[in-house]
Design a protein around this ligand. Structure first.
Ligand SMILES: *[C@@H]1O[C@H](CO)[C@@H](O)[C@H](O)[C@H]1NC(C)=O
Ligand SMILES: *[C@@H]1O[C@H](CO)[C@@H](O)[C@H](O)[C@H]1NC(C)=O
Length: 384
């Protein structure tokens, strides 16, 4: 081999080493509500009603991006950190379009949008409890189906192979189904007997549609504990607090009932689809743990006091939400807070959750084999 050829070879191997590892998952497809939104609702409302949502203003985004992206957070959210772990770009919002800045969705796309529900829009319309500009999981699945030709066109492999190598993340969902009902004064009993079973059923039908398209690895995220959100204390207050957590029992009971039904259906679904790898992401349990042992997770002070808000006992105010006039400044150190804006967690907490979920995912036998070339995770010191 002559010297110029060996230099070229050396350069090529250096390039190969510096490339992020992509052997494991080729792309990330994300479905969910506001905790997973990377800009869709901000774009949607600007287009539909020329309204700039509060997440479109600083201090949203101040910790990481330095500008508001439409994430309900001071920085990156769970799906961003998962993408980082697998060497993939941050999942772009589908409403931003499949241009070169979003790599034509080659590495994935995010159809999650704030306000979304599990039960379909017509279900709430018939009940007289519908919320404007709200979309259901079924709509998100349809958006992704419509994007399939774009998502697959950039790939050298065939579409089925590409989908089989993708990581699908579905959830969290749930708060908006409950919220639209309790804001209409629906009784707890009716929510539990009429709405919850529909929520669990629609979650599973969404998963089924994705598997029918070709999804093979799905992270199913349950709901954050809705009875623990500062926003819930303010907008649906009831003197019904759990002694240990300080969260409201009635809303957490409702959330747990939804999870029980979802988990039961998920077991059946898994047995019917043995080739599909499912990771159940217990966001509920992880958040309760942070509330029970805040110090262990780096949270200081009262965990229910929101980092960015417009005043009041929990620093959550419906008239001045994070980014609105009157809520333009966040707490001094968001890394020490649990809640960013009264509904969503801070970047630091999302990073912990994502790190934990990636570990759990990589521990699954089928994924362990598929991802055996991923070295970053165990080499990196555990967060905190
Ligand atoms: C729900 O009840 C509250 C308190 O009684 C009332 O102020 C509110 O208007 C009711 N909301 C609806 C949508 O009926
Ligand atoms: C599961 O995968 C195996 C091996 O790839 C295949 O033979 C089998 O048909 C698959 N089963 C289902 C239910 O898809």
């Amino acid at each position: 081999m002559n010297s110029s050829a060996s230099i070229i070879l050396l350069i090529l191997s250096l390039i190969a080493i510096s490339q992020p590892t992509r052997a494991c998952f080729s792309s990330i497809i994300s479905f969910g509500g506001s905790p997973s939104d990377t800009g869709n609702e901000l774009i949607n409302l600007e287009r539909e009603i020329s309204y700039k949502l509060y997440v479109g203003y600083l201090p949203n985004g101040e910790t990481f991006f330095g500008y508001p992206t439409g994430r309900f957070c001071d920085g990156r959210i769970v799906i961003d950190f998962i993408a980082e772990e697998f060497g993939l770009p941050y999942p772009p919002p589908h409403l931003a379009g499949a241009g070169p800045e979003n790599q034509y969705f080659e590495y994935g796309v995010n159809v999650a949008i704030a306000g979304s529900t599990l039960a379909e829009t017509s279900f709430f319309e018939e009940r007289g409890t519908a919320t404007p500009f709200s979309y259901a999981l079924s709509a998100e699945v349809q958006w992704f189906k419509d994007l399939l030709p774009t998502y697959c066109s950039s790939s050298t492999s065939d579409c089925g192979e590409k989908l089989a190598n993708a990581l699908f993340i579905v959830g969290p969902f749930g708060r908006n189904d409950f919220r639209t009902e309790y804001l209409h004064n629906t009784s707890d009993d009716e929510i539990k007997t009429v709405v919850v079973p529909v929520m669990a059923e629609r979650f599973i039908s969404g998963l089924k549609e994705l598997v029918d398209i070709g999804a093979r690895t799905i992270m199913v995220a349950n709901s954050y504990p809705i009875g623990c959100l500062p926003a819930s204390f303010v907008e649906a207050p009831r003197n019904d607090f759990d002694e240990k957590t300080g969260c409201m029992n009635w809303l957490n009971d409702m959330t747990s009932l939804f999870h029980q039904q979802l988990e039961a259906k998920l077991q059946v679904f898994q047995s019917e689809h043995p080739n599909v790898t499912i990771l159940y992401a217990d966001l509920y349990g992880m958040t309760i743990d942070m509330i029970l042992s805040p110090k262990k997770y780096g949270v200081e002070g009262n965990p229910f006091v929101t980092c960015c808000g417009g005043g009041g006992p929990y620093n959550y105010n419906l008239d001045a939400r994070c980014g609105d006039e009157g809520a333009k400044k966040a707490c001094d150190d968001p890394t020490k807070a649990l809640f960013w804006d009264g509904v969503h967690l801070t970047e630091a907490r999302y990073k912990f959750i994502a790190t934990e979920l990636v570990k759990q995912l990589l521990a699954l036998p089928s994924i362990k084999e598929q991802c055996k070339d991923i070295k970053r995770i165990k080499d990196e010191p555990f967060f905190m």
